[in-house]
Design a binder for this molecule. Structure first.
Ligand SMILES: [Zn+2]
Length: 377
């Protein structure tokens, strides 16, 4: 048994660091494609069937890797290769470094560690001479951090052909995974008022900013923590000069809701907003961009399988209470595919300059992913 391959934490970390060292902000297709090239080469070496779908709208390529074995509906593994961090972070605030149990780097937690863990898990099975019972498809997404606009249809198409979805997004707070997520909506409000000289003809002006301010009060007031609804006016722009009554103002709103029913209710509410002041026009555009991911019987059963696997290494797996953060898991779960998310490395600081993973989580998380791939049927 001496030469039996084992999951080696340093080996897993080495592979993660290689991925992290290729910086890949969502809007930089060229940089994202460099990491896609690297991952493509690794899956090619494992003998997987590859398909690379050229990027569009300024985003990188989608990479699909399928096991040559297995028939029928299998396991879809989702990971994204883009990060929120601009190029150069790796030389500044987010140098790849280790401090105790923490390893820092841009996108290391969200979610290059998770993507690499999935790759390593399959490689680990192959080098033990094992195969998964079901066919496995890995889908690497180039622009998840901006809402997967160019890959959503591909994710949904792939999900329909699979029995399970495993999403390698960051793990949570020590031995926790994700079994539900809120839906995410995006709305843009545009107000048209009337410009006038703020000193000479103030009475002729109609301030688009004032109207927007009133709308914002109304929108933020729809936040209802008890029902799990949040509305955030996160961006606003308007006006042309301090001495001109502003004729235009635009604001962008982020909506989070826990259920499909509330998604519909709130979408209807937004799209039917009326102006509050006189002589101003209001238009609202937008809708849900990620449907809610609700824990159902299929998801519960899949989570219980994961718990049983974790017990093999003497650990207890939990799921987090409904999270407000969306992922590509929202798309697969909304199609009724049992989806387990948050399977990546444990850590903290997603999207922040203290982004880090915990070394101690690498072996248990890789074990969990390996055994899910091996045993799901
Ligand atoms: Zn992510």
């Amino acid at each position: 048994m001496k030469n039996e391959p084992r999951i080696d934490a340093d080996e897993v970390l080495g592979g993660i660091v290689e991925w992290v060292s290729i910086e890949s902000p969502s809007h930089d297709a060229k940089s994202v494609n460099k990491v896609v090239d690297h991952v493509e080469g690794q899956f090619k070496d494992l003998g997987l069937k590859l398909e690379r779908i050229p990027g569009r709208d300024g985003f990188g390529d989608i990479l699909e890797a399928k096991t040559p074995w297995g028939e029928g509906k299998g396991i879809l593994v989702l990971a994204h290769l883009d990060t929120v961090h601009p190029l150069g972070m790796i030389e500044k605030e987010l140098k790849v470094r280790r401090e105790g149990d923490s390893i820092f780097g841009p996108g290391i937690y969200d979610m290059k560690a998770g993507g690499y863990i999935a790759y390593y898990a399959l490689r680990h099975l192959i080098r033990q001479g094992k195969r998964t019972k079901l066919p496995v498809t890995f889908l690497f997404i180039p622009e998840e951090e901006v809402g997967s606009p160019t890959s959503r249809s591909r994710i949904e198409e792939a999900a329909r052909g699979h029995k399970y979805a495993l999403v390698m997004e960051p793990g949570r707070d020590g031995d926790k995974v994700v079994t539900s997520r809120k839906g995410v909506g995006r709305f843009t409000l545009s107000v048209k008022g009337r410009a006038a000289h703020a000193g000479v003809r103030h009475q002729d002006g109609r301030s688009a900013i004032l109207e927007m301010a009133r709308q914002i009060e109304r929108i933020e007031g729809k936040t209802d923590y008890a029902r799990g609804i949040t509305c955030n006016v996160g961006l606003i722009r308007g006006g042309t000069g301090v001495n001109v009554t502003p004729s235009e103002c635009v604001a962008d709103v982020d909506l989070r809701v826990p259920s499909q029913q509330l998604a519909e209710e709130m979408t209807h509410w937004f799209l039917n907003l009326e102006p509050i002041g006189k002589d101003v026009e209001l238009t609202v555009e937008g809708g849900m961009n990620r449907p809610p991911y609700q824990k159902d019987a299929g998801i519960t059963a899949l989570f219980e399988k994961a718990q049983a696997i974790y017990r093999e290494i003497g650990k207890e797996l939990h799921d987090v209470p409904l999270t407000g953060g969306g992922s590509d898991g929202n798309f697969t779960a909304a199609l009724g595919i049992p989806t387990l998310d948050g399977l990546g490395a444990d850590g903290k600081g997603a999207h922040a300059i203290d982004e880090q993973i915990y070394y101690s989580s690498l072996v248990p998380r890789t074990y969990l992913c390996t055994r899910l791939l091996e045993t799901l049927e």
